[in-house]
Design a protein around this ligand. Structure first.
Ligand SMILES: NC(=O)c1ccc[n+]([C@@H]2O[C@H](COP(=O)([O-])OP(=O)(O)OC[C@H]3O[C@@H](n4cnc5c(N)ncnc54)[C@H](OP(=O)(O)O)[C@@H]3O)[C@@H](O)[C@H]2O)c1
Length: 359
């Protein structure tokens, strides 16, 4: 095979404090030439990267590694990496053959050498089948981190509580995790009243089209008032932390449950992440459950149960694949930034190769 151009996205420097990640300042797109026939694999595989996920947690990785966190830091001067889907081009590993589709934690580049024998919660390479009717990019969205996170948190902490609950509030409702969760809950608990928030009218309209009972714009509406009028809240799915979590705490029912999934509000503005009403947790006997994707035995079990329980719902269209596509690695930085500005309407994905976007 000929020498080809390998586009790559290098991490350059950390945003300082609460600074918003800026593609041109904190990363750069570069190109190199590689010969896909001769590039050394050392027992590994050569992957043509097809699609890559853009996730809010990547901002947590933009830091020095002296701060212990749940995810590995990005290293200045090295390639950015994240959950991806690709196709095997060459293999020195008997488990993989050319043409196999794989998901894993691959670098932001067109052609990625995945070494043999590296496996941990982040570094992995797993063969996947092509699912009819769905693009391969769905493996980094509804079939990947977003869908599995919604299912895991709900199965572990929401499902049982929902049997005796009337009202669920979801902040960040129109995002990748939020929309999967809404459709899952609509299927499993059609009588549960759902309140959900988002930051634009287009997203509010989406929430309404999904059958949410009360949708509000957290930037314009008074969340405390909306929840007071439509609560009390039995279950709060927290994608944001900050002011919306305070509003939920002020309106949580006795013995309410909070499922702490994410805290995007404070990622780019520390002040916006502040929660003040912790006293409601003891005053109202609230149970707060935090969880991380594929961390711990229960979470790992849910990860695998997803295949049997949720993939059929996705194939039937009961849970939809909604993507906001950024085409080409040149636009990877825009994708990484979009989840913090709210530009993404659906799961933010980078389509690295056209095959990644084909159904
Ligand atoms: N626990 C886990 O293992 C796990 C796994 C995956 C994701 N998560 C978390 O789940 C949450 C949702 O992730 P996702 O992948 O579905 O992302 P997403 O919702 O598709 O994208 C992020 C959205 O967050 C909203 N946002 C940005 N800044 C905000 C702020 N200051 N206050 C409130 N909302 C803000 C924006 O929507 P608006 O236009 O509505 O503002 C943006 O579109 C994130 O907190 C993420 O870190 C957790």
């Amino acid at each position: 095979m000929p020498v080809v151009t390998n586009g790559r996205v290098v991490y350059v420097e950390h945003p300082v404090g609460s600074e918003l990640y800026q593609p041109e300042k904190h990363s750069k797109y570069v190109e190199e030439q590689i010969d896909t026939d001769t590039v050394p694999l050392n027992g590994g595989v050569l992957i043509k990267v097809l699609a890559i996920s853009s996730d809010p947690y990547m901002r947590h990785r933009m830091r020095d590694d002296d701060l212990p966190l749940f995810c590995p830091p990005l290293i200045k001067g090295e390639l950015i990496d994240n959950f991806s889907v690709g196709k095997i081009i060459r293999s020195e590993n008997p488990e993989f053959a050319p043409g196999d589709y794989v998901i894993g934690y691959f670098s932001f580049e067109n052609y990625h050498v995945y070494p043999s024998g590296v496996t941990n919660a982040f570094k992995h390479c797993i063969k996947v089948p092509k699912i009819p009717g769905l693009p391969l990019s769905a493996f980094v969205g509804v079939l990947g981190l977003a869908g599995r996170t919604a299912y895991t948190g709900w199965q572990l902490y929401g499902q049982e509580k929902a049997k005796t609950s009337k009202t669920l509030f979801i902040s960040g409702g129109a995002g990748a995790v939020g929309t999967c969760l809404i459709e899952l809950v609509k299927t499993l608990h059609p009588d549960l009243k759902i309140i959900a928030s988002a930051g634009t009218q287009q997203k509010i309209d989406l929430l309404k089209s999904l059958g949410v009972d009360v949708a509000f714009n957290y930037k314009e509406d008074d969340a405390v008032k909306v929840l007071a009028e439509n609560g009390p809240i039995d279950i709060y799915w927290d994608n944001t932390s900050g002011y919306q979590t305070d509003a939920a705490l002020q309106n949580i029912n006795m013995h309410g449950v909070i499922i702490a999934c994410g805290a995007i509000a404070g990622l780019n503005d520390e002040e916006k992440g502040v929660v003040r009403h912790f006293e409601k947790i003891f005053e109202r006997s609230v149970h707060v459950y935090g969880f991380l994707f594929r961390t711990g035995e229960d979470s790992e079990k849910a990860f695998h149960a997803f295949d049997k329980e949720v993939i059929p719902l996705i194939v039937q269209g009961k849970i939809q694949n909604r993507e906001h596509r950024f085409i080409g690695l040149q636009n990877a930085g825009k994708a990484l930034q979009s989840v913090h500005t709210g530009e993404n309407f659906g799961k933010a994905v980078i389509i690295v190769d056209p095959e990644g976007g084909e159904a």
